[in-house]
Ligand binder design. Sequence first.
Ligand SMILES: [Fe+2]
Ligand SMILES: [Fe+2]
Length: 416
Amino acid sequence: MALINIDDLVGGMLLAEDLFTPSGRFVLAAGASLQEDHLKIFKSWGVVEADIDEASLEEEYHQNQELKAEFVEQAQGYLVPRLILNDLDSEPLVTLYRHVLHRFTLNMQKGWQPETFSEIEMPENDEGGQQPLGVPHLLRGEVDIVSLPTVYTHIVELLNHPNSSSPQIAKVISKDASLTVRLLRLVNSPLYGFSGKIDSVSRAVSLLGTDELSTLTLGITVIQQFQDIPSDLLNMDSFWRHSIRCALFSKVIASHLGEKAAEKYFIGGLLHDIGRLVMLDRMAPQYSVAIVKARQKHIPMYRAEQDCLKTDHSIVGKLLAEKWRLSPALIRMIGSHHSPRLAHYSTEACIVHVADFLAHACGHEVMLVNEVPELQIKAWEETGLAEKLIAPMIQQVDAEFNDVVRVFFAESEPVG
Ligand SMILES: [Fe+2]
Ligand SMILES: [Fe+2]
């Protein structure tokens, strides 16, 4: 019997044990021979792995899973400098490093190459030609990247109105075609694992409830608003891939811990670095000084921001979240993801802090600097997560990642 990741399952393998979804729904009985159609259903129901009869594994599978010494060495050479800010001799880093090394070695064997940074030129004088802007100034402006789209404001007004009804809310959402398409894609994705297809906003409202729906609408409208901010300094694709990975880790950790309303954590993870986009948009020259310093000194970006700009992206994000009147929980997730201590190690702050670390450590995307920020052990301990959950959490995020990227970033063709 061998536990095989969903991406490595192929037709013809035999199930050694009954298969269930992560939420406990029965999928297929032990002894069944997997067919191509099964694999699609498994994915859409959020199945992450299956127990397979060893005798039915092809020789090719074993060869693909075998780690080759030269690639192990390459992966170590890549990962050790990336994790330099963390103590790899203590738990949970020991367990995490073992899994991450295995994962990167396999990916390198399959031909994956690490991303390289584009060089950033130091502006002529040390201040980037200009003084850093104060935070209040950052969040002001005529061309307002920092106000939420009216559709979201309208929905929140309706939700707060005691007499508003689900059909009214559905009607407002349906007026925005792109929002509707993305919302339906999201509720039909493995993130939710509903068995039947949800093809109308009013059905989504009645299945999810208004709170959850407004949280998802928030995530989608913010991404639409910020998606196309041009930046010479930051690869936006990497930024959003990191944000989605952090969103998935936040949700997976929250559900392992039995937290209710896991979608709140998903959106908190998705928006945790949003302050960085405001800083890049509003003071790119000064920000480039912080990037150069972070790379020279091998320190995390938020520390370089504090040194050079007298603030950091978590503070800017927090103020933005307050301006948007987001919930106190979301404000804590965004504002304290690098300093959970400031939020008194609240569950929200600790979960997003750990999720951000896992997203950096496991992600292929590298943002601005090479080093993964340090995992604060106290925050890890506060979550109460067991080390043995690290591997299943990584697998679950990997299994859902591409589908969620597609939900947010594929062109808006109708759900069909
Ligand atoms: Fe951050
Ligand atoms: Fe982050």
